[in-house]
Design a protein around this ligand. Structure first.
Ligand code: NAD
Ligand code: MG
Length: 392
C-alpha cells in the first residue's frame, strides 16, 4: 500500500534528508508525496516537487509565487503561497507528515497536521517549547501519533520501556564548535564561524543554537513535554563524539542508550518505519575504530543557555515561549552582525526576567501574542547592547 506523505520545510536540512530517507525506504513505490513546503528557495522546492511527483508545492513567501509557478509550469504540480497556504498543505490528507519548518513559524502548520490525526514526525522542537501543553492537547484530540525526530528525543523514544517509568532522562550534547573555547575567544565569534558544527550537518540557525547550547536548552524543554518528565529528571551531559544520541535511566539503576552515527537520516528513517525497523544503508558503527567515548559536565559559565532553560522549566507557564522568541530574535540579530555571540544569552535572560509572571497561554492565540510581545521587547534589548566590538 502506498503511504501519502507531506514534508513541511522540504528545502531545509531535515527536509532534504527526509526525501533521501523516502528513497531508501522504497521511493515512489512505497510513498506518494502529497505536499512539499518551503520558503525562499523556490528553485529547489520546484525541483524536489518534480522529482518526487508531489501534488502540491507551497512557498511561505507570497512574493515568490510567480517564480514557483514558472518553475513548475507543465508539471501538473499545484502551487500556492503564504503562511495560510502552508497550513492548508498540512491539512491535506497525508498519513505521515514531517514537521521540519525552523522556528515558531512551524507551530501552526504542525498543529494542523496533529489536529487531523496524522502521524507527525516532529523535527520542529519549537512546537513543544512554545506551546507544550496546547500542542499535546491537539495531538490527543486529533488522535495523532507523535514520533520525535530530534536525534536525542528519537533515541529516548527508542529506549523507553513501556513497563517502567524513567527515573532520569540524559540528553547528550556535542558541546558544539566552541566546547573548549575560553569566554574571551567566544566573545569575538562571527556568524560564519558559529555555523560550522563539528559533527552534524544542519541548517544555519540550529547550528548556531548548538554553538551557544541554546539547542540543548530547547531540547530540555522539548523532553519535558514529550516524555512528561519533571525538570529535575532532565540532565545534560557533553559527549563530544555524538555517538550516544541520549539515554534513559530507570529505578533499578540501569541506563539504556541508543547509539548511531551522527546522521539525521537514521532518526527520520526510524520515524518512517516505526513501529518497525526497516533496513537502511546508514553507516554502521565500527567500535574498534571509535575506540573511546568521552563525557563531561557542561560548563554553566560559558553556556548560560542551560541555566536559562532550567529556569524556564521551573517557571513554567509562558516561559518556554518567551525563551524561544527572545532566542530567535537574538539569533537573527547575531546573524545580521548587530549583537555579539555572548549577547544572545544576555538578551534571552533579560527577556525572561522582564516577562516573568506573564500568565500561562490558555489558547494558541495567547502563544502568538506572547511570542510577538517577546520579539518586540527582545528587539529593543538587542538594540540596547553595545555595537559589536572589533572581531578577531
Ligand atoms: P533549515 O533552516 O535547514 O530548514 C528550514 C525549513 O523551514 C526550510 O524548508 C525553510 O524554507 C522553511 N522555513 C523557514 N522559515 C519559514 C517560515 N517562516 N514559514 C514556513 N517555512 C519556513 O532547518 P533544519 O536544520 O532543517 O531544521 C528544521 C527543524 O528541525 C528545526 O526546528 C530544527 O531545530 C529541527 N532539527 C533539525 C536538525 C538538523 O539536523 N538539521 C536536528 C534536529 C532538529
Ligand atoms: Mg537534537
Amino acid at each position: 500500500m502506498v503511504r501519502r506523505v507531506t514534508i513541511l520545510g522540504s528545502t531545509g536540512s531535515i527536509g532534504r534528508s527526509t526525501l533521501e530517507a523516502l528513497d531508501w525506504l522504497g521511493g515512489r513505490e512505497a510513498f506518494a508525496v502529497e505536499a512539499l513546503t518551503g520558503a525562499s528557495n523556490v528553485a529547489l522546492l520546484a525541483e524536489q516537487a518534480r522529482r518526487c511527483g508531489a501534488r502540491l508545492a507551497v512557498t511561505a513567501d507570497p512574493a515568490r509565487l510567480p517564480e514557483l509557478r514558472a518553475a513548475l509550469s507543465g508539471s501538473g504540480v499545484e502551487t500556492a503561497a503564504g503562511p495560510q497556504a502552508v497550513i492548508e498543505a498540512a491539512a491535506r490528507p497525508a498519513e505521515w507528515v514531517m514537521a521540519a519548518i525552523v522556528g515558531a513559524a512551524g507551530l501552526a502548520p504542525t498543529l494542523e497536521a496533529a489536529r487531523r490525526g496524522a502521524v507527525v514526525a516532529l523535527a520542529n522542537k519549537e512546537c513543544l517549547v512554545c506551546a507544550g501543553p496546547l500542542f499535546l492537547a491537539a495531538v490527543a484530540e486529533g488522535a495523532a501519533t507523535l514520533i520525535p525526530v530530534d536525534s536525542e528525543h528519537s533515541a529516548i523514544f527508542q529506549v523507553l520501556d513501556a513497563r517502567a517509568a524513567p527515573e532520569r532522562i540524559i540528553l547528550t550534547a556535542s558541546g558544539g564548535p566552541f566546547r573548549d573555547w575560553t569566554l574571551e575567544r567566544m566573545a569575538a565569534v562571527t556568524p560564519a564561524r558559529a555555523v560550522q558544527h563539528p559533527n552534524w550537518s544542519m541548517g544555519a540557525k540550529i547550528s548556531i543554537d548548538s554553538a551557544t547550547m541554546f539547542n540543548k536548552a530547547l531540547e530540555m524543554i522539548e523532553a519535558r513535554w514529550l516524555f512528561r518528565a519533571e525538570p529535575d529528571q532532565i540532565e545534560v551531559i557533553v559527549h563530544p563524539q555524538s555517538i550516544i544520541h541520549s539515554m534513559v535511566g530507570y529505578a533499578d539503576g540501569a541506563v539504556l542508550a541508543q547509539l548511531g552515527p551522527p546522521d539525521m537520516r537514521g532518526a527520520i528513517a526510524y520515524a518512517l518505519s516505526w513501529p518497525g525497523r526497516a533496513p537502511t544503508p546508514m553507516e554502521r558503527l565500527d567500535f574498534a575504530a571509535l575506540s573511546r567515548l568521552d563525557f563531561h559536565a557542561p560548563d554553566p559559565e560559558r553556556f548560560p543557555a542551560l541555566r536559562l532553560a532550567r529556569a524556564a522549566l521551573e517557571r513554567g507557564g509562558g516561559a518556554g515561549c518567551v525563551l524561544n522568541a527572545a532566542k530567535e530574535t537574538a539569533l537573527e540579530a547575531f546573524m545580521a552582525d548587530r549583537i555579539g555571540f555572548l549577547d544572545m544569552a544576555r538578551v534571552v535572560e533579560a527577556a525572561l526576567e522582564r516577562l516573568d509572571g506573564a500568565p500561562a497561554p490558555a489558547a494558541l492565540d495567547d502563544v502568538f501574542a506572547l511570542d510577538a510581545e517577546t520579539r518586540a521587547m527582545a528587539a529593543e534589548l538587542c538594540a540596547e547592547r553595545a555595537p559589536v566590538a572589533a572581531r578577531a
